[in-house]
Unconditional design. Structure first.
Length: 320
C-alpha cells in the first residue's frame, strides 16, 4: 500500500472514531472561562429582571408550591430541571437562575462535538466554534438570563450533531441524539421548536455533496421526528388533555412584539462582533470556493434564520 493510500485509510478510520468520541471531548478552556465570567458576573451584578426572566422564575416558584398552578405546560423542561434541583439541594434562587445558563455551557460542548463530526479533517473548526459561539453578541447579552431561547441553542446544536452522525452513516446514535434534541425543543417551545429544528433536518442530504443520502439515513431522521413528536404529543394530551394539544398549534403573533422591520437591527446586534470581522468574511469566501470538496457549510445554520424570525415576531400561543 502506498503512503498516500495509507494516509487516506488512517484519515477515514479517525473520521469514524471522531463522531462518537467528540461527545466526550470538551471545548477549549478559554470558552469555558468566558462562560463562567459571563454567568457569575451576570448573576452577581443584577437581580432577576421582571421583563426578562421574572415570568419564568415566578411560574416555576408557584408550580413548585401549588402543583398545577402554572399558567401553561411550557416550558416544561426548564421547570422540571429547576424543580429537580430544588428537590435535591433545597429551594434557592441561585439554582433556578443557573439552569438556563447551564444550557449555554452545554451548547459550547455540543458546538465542539458537532464541528468535529462535520469537519473531522479541520481541527481548527472544533477549536474555534465554541469561542465564536460564546463571543456572539446575543450570547454575551443573555447568557446569565432565564430564557427559553438560550436552551434552544443547545437543542439545535444537538440536532446538528445527530444529523452529522447520520450523514456519516452512524444512524442509530445520530437518530437517538436527533430525537432527544427534538423532544427537548418541544418541551421548551412546543411545536414552534420545529421552526428551528426542521430546516436543519431537511438540509441533511446536502451536508456532504460527495456522498449519496440513502433511504436508511432518511428513515433514521423520520423515525427521530415521529418518535419525539409522538412522545411529546402523548405527554401533553395525557397530562393536560387534547384541548391543550390542539391549542399548542394555534400560532398567533403576540401583541407586545415589535414590528418585523426591527428584525434586521436585532440580527446585526446578535451577530456582533463577527459580522464586522474581515477574517470571517474571507473564511466564508474560502468555504464557497471549496464547497464542492467538503461538507457543505450552508447546511449547518439553516435552522437559525427561521427560528430568529419566528421568535422575534412572537409566533406562539404560549405564555412564555
Amino acid at each position: 500500500m502506498s503512503l498516500a493510500a495509507s494516509r487516506r485509510s488512517a484519515g477515514a478510520a479517525s473520521t469514524e472514531r471522531t463522531g462518537w468520541r467528540a461527545m466526550l471531548m470538551g471545548p477549549p478552556l478559554w470558552a469555558n472561562l468566558i462562560w463562567l465570567l459571563l454567568v457569575v458576573g451576570g448573576l452577581l451584578a443584577r437581580p432577576p429582571l421582571v421583563a426578562v426572566d421574572g415570568a419564568l422564575l415566578s411560574d416555576a416558584w408557584w408550580s413548585w408550591n401549588v402543583p398545577g398552578s402554572g399558567s401553561y405546560p411550557q416550558p416544561a423542561l426548564l421547570f422540571w430541571l429547576i424543580h429537580a434541583g430544588w428537590q435535591l439541594f433545597g429551594v434557592s434562587e441561585l439554582w433556578a437562575r443557573l439552569v438556563a445558563p447551564l444550557f449555554v455551557l452545554a451548547s459550547l460542548w455540543l458546538s465542539f462535538a458537532a464541528a468535529r463530526t462535520l469537519w473531522p479533517q479541520h481541527r481548527d473548526g472544533a477549536r474555534f466554534a465554541p469561542l465564536l459561539l460564546i463571543g456572539t453578541g446575543g450570547i454575551v447579552a443573555f447568557a446569565s438570563q432565564t430564557l427559553t431561547d438560550t436552551p434552544m441553542i443547545a437543542s439545535v446544536l444537538m440536532a446538528v450533531l445527530g444529523i452529522g452522525l447520520i450523514a456519516n452513516r452512524d444512524c442509530v446514535r445520530g437518530a437517538f441524539l436527533l430525537a432527544v434534541a427534538i423532544l427537548g425543543g418541544l418541551l421548551l417551545k412546543g411545536p414552534l421548536a420545529l421552526v428551528w429544528l426542521l430546516p436543519a433536518a431537511l438540509a441533511a442530504p446536502w451536508i456532504d455533496p460527495q456522498r449519496r443520502f440513502d433511504a436508511r439515513q432518511s428513515g433514521a431522521i423520520a423515525i427521530a421526528l415521529l418518535g419525539a413528536g409522538s412522545a411529546w404529543a402523548g405527554w401533553l394530551a395525557t397530562h393536560y388533555g387534547t384541548e391543550a394539544l390542539i391549542a399548542s398549534f394555534d400560532f398567533r403573533p403576540a401583541d407586545d412584539r415589535r414590528s418585523w422591520y426591527w428584525l434586521p437591527a436585532f440580527a446585526l446586534l446578535l451577530a456582533y462582533p463577527w459580522l464586522w470581522w474581515r477574517t470571517a468574511w474571507r473564511a466564508i469566501g474560502r468555504l464557497r470556493r471549496h464547497a464542492a470538496r467538503a461538507p457543505h457549510p450552508a447546511a449547518q445554520p439553516t435552522g437559525r434564520g427561521p427560528g430568529l424570525i419566528a421568535d422575534h415576531s412572537g409566533l406562539h400561543a404560549f405564555t412564555h
